[in-house]
Each structure stands twice: as C-alpha cells, then as structure tokens.
Design a protein around this ligand. Structure first.
Ligand SMILES: NC(=O)c1ccc[n+]([C@@H]2O[C@H](COP(=O)([O-])OP(=O)(O)OC[C@H]3O[C@@H](n4cnc5c(N)ncnc54)[C@H](OP(=O)(O)O)[C@@H]3O)[C@@H](O)[C@H]2O)c1
Length: 313
C-alpha cells in the first residue's frame, strides 16, 4: 500500500523527530525546515512548497517553544498589535503584517509563521494538523480542562500559540488542533524532555527543585504518534487534548523518575510554583487535562507510571 504523504514543519524538533521515526513506516514525510531551505516566516517559500507538494495533510509543529525566551520578546512583539490586551477575540486586521523575516520573536515564528502555513493550506486545499499546547489554559480550574473550556493564556509563548489556534479556526474548515502537555519519551540529541533532564541531573548528583503545589499531565510522545495515526485515519476534525492519563505534581513526578532510574531521593528539594518561577514567565499552576475525547476514539494514552516503564537510561 502506498504511504500517505504528509508535509510538515518542526519535524526535526524534540516531538517531531520521534513522531516521524514512529510513523515513518506508514507515512512519508516531507520536511519543511531550515535544513530544506524553509523558514516558516517566509510566506513565498511556504506557498511554493505547499503548492508543489502532493501531500493532502500538513503537520505544523514548528514553534519558538522556549517559554522564558518567548517572554523576552513580548515588549517588541506587542508594538505590532493594535489592541495588545485583547486576548480572546483576535482580529487579524489588528496586526501590522509587515515583513517579519528580520525578527526571531515568538510572534514572528508562532503567529506569522502559522498564518503563512494556514493561508497556504487554505489556498491549496490541505488539511492542517496544528500542534498547540496545554499552556493555553491559565491553570485556575479545579477540575480537568476539556476541549470546550475557554483558553486564557498567561505567558507570551502561550498567547502566541493561542493566536495560532485562532488563525487556524478563522481561516480553515479542515483542521485539527492538538494540545500535548509536558512531552516525554523522546530521543532527540538536540533537546532533552523533562524526564531525561531530571534523570541526567540525578545521574550527575545535582539537586532537583520540585514544585509541590502544582499539577501537570505529562504525555508519552509515542502515544501522540498513535493518536495522530488514528486522527488521520478517522479524518477527525476539531480540538483534541493529546495528554497522558495521570495528573500529578512536579514533586510526585520527580519522585517517580528517581525511583524508576534508581537514584537517591535526598537530591530532591521541595519548592512552590511561585518560588520556582519567580522572575520567569508565568506558568499555569493546575493543569489537569482530560484526555476523554481522544481516548473515546480508541486511542490509548499512558499513565505516567506506564510511560516511565518504557524508558531506559
Ligand atoms: N516541548 C514542550 O514542552 C511542548 C509542550 C506542549 C506543546 N508543544 C508544542 O509542540 C511543538 C513541538 O515542540 P518541540 O518541543 O518539539 O519543539 P523544538 O524541539 O523546540 O523544535 C522546534 C522546531 O521548530 C523548527 N523551527 C523553529 N523556527 C522555525 C522557523 N522559523 N522556520 C522553520 N522551522 C522552525 C525547528 O527547526 P530547527 O530544528 O531547524 O531549528 C524545530 O524543528 C511546538 O509547536 C510546541 O509549541 C511543546
């Protein structure tokens, strides 16, 4: 059987590289990256490559994903928004759509880049799969977030990702928006996921600060690949939370990681969300995210315990 063609951005990244490795048997991927001469801020190149591609589906994963780095771009980026305080009702006309090639900011990559991809998908009738983030929520809900909950991003990174979601929804009829959270189970040599970061700190006998008063919902990246496969086969549309099946505190996660790899838990130091992120971009505090919508499609999303068991040193 012929492989289904997918053209994608961010395929060289931490999540993208694992997904293409796992889905490579079934899908053929065309990489739109710096290495293949594509910068997503460059509208002309994006249009040219999307037009030429025979792929019916576009994955858009490229982003400036460094949350604190993005926060530093906020002042500069806000100059180009006519109404910088308007978060939920985004009007494309309220942006100065200048040439953004000379800017390497969160807005240039996450918003202008996404707008370029979206417009190319619209023009050439492609289905878009946009990777967003659980950080679109503010983390103040006392129960798990579901897809129909209203986002309220708190950092500049999450705001630009949410602007991307709004552009997708305003311009396209054939799309899905996927929100993973704290991905792990990756093997990129360029960027380590949080489990590998903590494991390497513990291996080097470095202290690990662990937040006790937060909740997050880590996602085993091979499950994202499995979910993508099902979403594509079922031609699913709309928003899906692609997250694991356990919400836990950072402290509980680090205890589980230390135990799994057999490291000394005396290296763990308890802290609070406020203390840990002091002077940095705000992070949502309670991010329990429901995966009921994706699991209802028959996709299995692992608990943190199940995912960790599959990770070797
Ligand atoms: N990591 C997380 O904790 C997390 C959590 C939730 C959601 N997400 C979302 O998941 C997606 C992937 O995240 P990740 O952590 O895998 O990202 P990553 O490892 O930081 O990789 C970013 C990717 O974007 C590409 N890229 C950046 N700027 C570009 C540009 N101007 N033109 C073309 N390509 C560009 C990079 O290409 P090069 O390799 O060539 O530089 C790389 O492939 C992102 O959309 C992110 O918002 C991430």
């Amino acid at each position: 059987m012929d492989k289904i063609k997918i053209i994608g951005t961010g395929l060289s990244g931490m999540i993208g590289s694992k997904i293409t490795e796992l889905l490579g048997e079934k899908y053929s991927f065309e990489d739109l990256s710096y290495d293949t001469g594509v910068d997503i801020r460059d509208r002309n190149v994006i249009f040219e490559r999307v037009q030429k591609s025979g792929a019916p589906i576009v994955f858009h994963m490229a982003a400036k994903a460094d949350v604190d780095g993005c926060e530093k771009d906020k002042q500069e980026d806000m100059k180009y928004l006519q109404d910088p305080n308007e978060v939920t009702r985004f009007d494309l006309k309220s942006v100065e759509w200048r040439n953004w090639m000379d800017k390497n900011t969160a807005f240039a990559i996450n918003v202008v880049g996404t707008k370029n991809i979206v417009e190319a998908c619209r023009k050439y009738n492609k289905t878009l799969i946009y990777i967003s983030t659980d950080f679109v929520f503010d983390g103040t809900k006392s129960t798990a977030y579901i897809e129909s909950d209203k986002p309220n991003p708190t950092s500049w990174y999450s705001r630009t990702k949410y602007l991307g979601e709004q552009i997708v929804q305003q311009f396209l009829t054939s799309y899905s928006i996927l929100r993973p959270a704290y991905p792990y189970g990756t093997t990129s040599t360029i960027k380590k996921d949080f489990v590998r970061n903590i494991q390497s700190r513990l291996a080097n006998r470095k202290k690990v600060s662990c937040i006790t008063d937060n909740l997050f919902t880590p996602t085993f990246v091979p499950d994202i690949a499995g979910a993508l496969d099902v979403l594509i086969q079922k031609k699913a549309q709309g928003i899906y939370h692609l997250v694991g099946s356990t919400a836990l505190s950072s402290y509980e996660a680090v205890v589980a990681i230390a135990k799994h790899f057999g490291y000394d838990s005396t290296l763990l130091e308890k802290t609070t969300n406020t203390e840990y992120y002091s002077g940095r971009a705000p992070r949502p505090r309670y991010l329990a995210i429901s995966n009921e919508k994706i699991t209802a499609l028959g996709v299995s999303m692992k608990t943190f315990e199940e995912g960790l068991k599959l990770i070797r040193e």
